[in-house]
Design a protein. Sequence first.
Lengths: 113, 113
Amino acid sequence: AQSVTQLGSHVSVSEGALVLLRCNYSSSVPPYLFWYVQYPNQGLQLLLKYTSAATLVKGINGFEAEFKKSETSFHLTKPSAHMSDAAEYFCAVGADSSYKLIFGSGTRLLVRP
Amino acid sequence: DSGVTQTPKHLITATGQRVTLRCSPRSGDLSVYWYQQSLDQGLQFLIQYYNGEERAKGNILERFSAQQFPDLHSELNLSSLELGDSALYFCASSLSGRMDEQFFGPGTRLTVL
C-alpha cells in the first residue's frame, strides 16, 4: 500500500527566506511523486513531478524537489519565498499499476512580509 | 485556467436528496478522475474513468456512482445524501490515464443541510 506523510500542517516563513516543505512516502513499487499547490477557492495545480528520470526535479514558480530513495523523501524547496507563494501544498504518490494519486494531508504555507 | 470545467460551482441541498455533479475534461484528455476534499478526510480519490470505462476505484461509497459519456464528459451522482457528504468535489483529467499530469477543475462545493 502507498501512503504519503507531510510533516507540518502549517509552515511560516518570512518573505525572501528559504521554503522547505517535507514529504515522506511509502511505496512497494518505484513511485511517481507529485507536488500540487492549491490557492484559496481554486483547484490544484501541478508544481512538479518525479518519474525516475532525474532525482532533482525543477518545477514552476522556482520550486524544486529532490527524490531521496534512501530516506523515502521528496521535499519541496524554494530559495526565496514570495508573498504569492502563500497557499496549501500537497504531496502525492502514484503507482503505475493503480493509476490513482494518494495525497498527503497538505501543508499550508504562510509568508510573512 | 486548467481547461477542466465543473458545474455547478456551489450546491446546497438537504439530507436524503440526490445530486449530480458534472465535469468536462480538457480537450483531448481521455481520462477523468473524481476526488473528494473534506476537512476531516483530506483529498481522497473516488473513481477514475478512461475513454468511457471505469479503470480504478477508491474510497467511493455505494451511494455514489459515476459515469463517463461518449463525449468524454463525466458525471458524479451522489444519493441519499448525509451531512458528512458536505465537501469539495474535484474532477481532474489526463491524457492517457497513466502516471501523467492530472489537470484539476475548480471544484464543486457541496453543502448538505
